[in-house]
Write a new protein. Sequence first.
Lengths: 76, 156
Amino acid sequence: MANFDQELDASGLNCPLPILRAKKTLAGMEAGQTLRIVATDPGSVKDFEAFAKQTGNELLESGEEGGKFVFMIKKA
Amino acid sequence: MAEQKKMAIIATKGTLDWAYPPFILASTAAALGYEVQIFWTFYGLQCLKKDLKLQVTSLGNPGMPMPMPMPVLIQALPGMQGMMTSMMKAKMKKKGVASVEELRELCVEADVKMVACQMTVDLFEMNPSDFIDGVEFGGAATFFEFAGEADITLYI
């Protein structure tokens, strides 16, 4: 498993909460640090792509693990 | 960095279900870096009250999914609206959908500007002290001042 600086468990949360929580967590992190996000909302897959594209934070990974969606975002 | 994008919303509805679109879109846009302003007019002003009493009804809304088929006259019975509201809230909680209060709080935290339509406040003799802090009051011209420069403008 890749390294990360912080982790956010957004399991059980629905749109738009995973994105909003991620944004809040990223705000407290340093540029270049990575955030691992775990979510159960299937809509979050496309939403995190769109979030990364629009905010400039890089989506390093997007995948599934044990029935949950896992994202790795590097803060710009 | 490019100039900050802007989104303007006119929110006109005061039911539990229709309180969601403006708050969801505003909080998400703010998270994406937009500057957001919501102009609350007519029934939308209910969404600005400190003590939210938003309700949902299936009356006049045949698109609302019901747990069982129910004739309209039954839907109109006293107590049905309260029951539907409780059921909707319970369902949302179970599905991990944020409450309106929570989404509104996130909007306020993200500096989404709330403008209350002065004309409607006067028309319905609403008390500005019933509204959450930070609400500004204005009219159509106030809306256009911001919307005229907005990248996205929505009427909800």
